[in-house]
Design a binder for this molecule. Structure first.
Ligand SMILES: Cc1cc2nc3c(=O)[nH]c(=O)nc-3n(C[C@H](O)[C@H](O)[C@H](O)COP(=O)(O)O)c2cc1C
Length: 333
């Protein structure tokens, strides 16, 4: 049995499960493992220090899988922006056929991607941005609820409402993101009108994810209250793991502090050290509320197989068993 949806058909993957871009985490080993297991994995372009390094990482991924995979291009406002055009050129030249855009309007990047036969899955956190992206001509939407790791936006609408509200407006394939980690989430997303799910935190906590074992164990030990929302007052909210550093950042900003006052605490280099050295209090690291549903560190293949198999059991077992025909319906069946 397989679950066939508009998403699996449009993006040419076996299962309706994507692994979204993750800074410092979305590297070749994880992405190839997701691809080999029949999901859609995305390398994170900006994890690579230069466009040339991205080309090498794409080549490395191709050595590990012959299945389709994509590249995430996160476009965030920055004082010194990375050379987006050069990263985009590498994606095109490498023959990548699927890109996940996130962070801001994908419009400026679409003509070049589409001219080169690349499908664009745009990740956003509100119905209005999803509608805008659909109007611009993207090929799929990943709608990211308030539960998510990373940037949930400023509207604070969780998936239970955001997904069906988006499904009402979105006609192209749409996957649901934020807070997904198991089969129940996948079935719920399908019931709410999505064509699949996108997961970040759950994939961080797998054998093939390249981060330090201490971080994976911290995720397993954590529960659904284990995150903080930083940068609220700066209107650039980010959901990150709760630790000594993130709690200090929240406190400083809540007391009227400005970015300058927390700049050193939130430095990317400190967050990167968490993943590399395993000191979970060394800096800010991203994780979502789904931590409360993560209890193990499986291989990617075991995780994806488990989610799909259990989802099928829920649909044709538990849910189907709840539908009981009344006498009149039985007579006419
Ligand atoms: C460690 C980490 C880093 C992330 N970095 C990025 C990023 O660079 N670009 C991006 O578009 N999303 C990023 N995300 C968000 C994920 O792609 C995904 O949307 C999110 O994790 C979904 O929520 P979940 O963690 O509840 O599954 C990151 C998530 C995590 C956990």
């Amino acid at each position: 049995m397989t679950l066939v949806t508009k998403f699996t058909e449009a993006f040419g993957v076996e299962h309706p499960i994507a692994q979204g871009g993750m800074q410092w985490v979305g590297r070749a080993e994880l992405v190839a493992a997701v691809a080999n297991a029949g999901g859609l994995g995305f390398l994170t372009a900006l994890t690579q220090p230069t466009p040339a390094d991205l080309a090498n990482e794409i080549a490395k991924t191709r050595d590990l899988t012959d299945k389709p995979f994509g590249v995430n291009l996160t476009i965030l406002p920055s004082i010194t922006p990375p050379p987006y055009d050069e990263y985009r050129q590498v994606i095109v030249d490498a023959g990548i056929k699927i890109v996940e855009t996130a962070g801001s309007n994908p419009g400026p990047h679409l003509p070049m991607f589409h001219d080169n036969g690349i499908k664009v899955l745009h990740k956003c956190t509100s119905v209005r941005h999803a509608v805008k992206a659909q109007t611009l001509g993207v090929d799929g939407i990943s709608i990211d609820g308030f539960e998510c790791a990373g940037h949930p936006g400023e509207d604070d609408v969780p998936g239970l409402v955001l997904i069906p509200a988006a499904a009402k407006e979105i006609e192209i394939p749409m996957i649901a993101s934020g807070g997904f980690g198991d089969a129940r989430g996948l079935v719920a997303a399908l019931a709410l009108g999505a064509d699949g799910i996108n997961m970040g935190t759950r994939f961080m906590c797998t054998v093939e994810s390249c981060i330090h074992q201490n971080v994976k164990e911290a995720i397993v030990a954590g529960d659904e209250r284990g995150t903080e929302l930083i940068f609220r007052s700066l209107h650039n909210t980010a959901r990150v793991a709760s630790n000594a550093v993130s709690r200090e950042v929240v406190q400083i900003l809540a007391g009227g502090g400005q970015f300058e006052d927390v700049k050193d605490l939130v430095a990317g280099v400190r967050g990167r050290k968490v993943f590399e050295d395993g000191d979970i209090d060394a800096g800010i690291w991203t994780a979502g509320t789904v931590m409360g549903l993560i209890h193990d560190i499986p291989t990617v293949a075991d995780l994806i197989t488990r989610i799909v198999d259990e989802a099928e059991d829920i649909i044709i077992g538990r849910l189907a068993d709840m539908v009981v025909l009344d006498e009149e319906e039985k007579a006419s069946a």
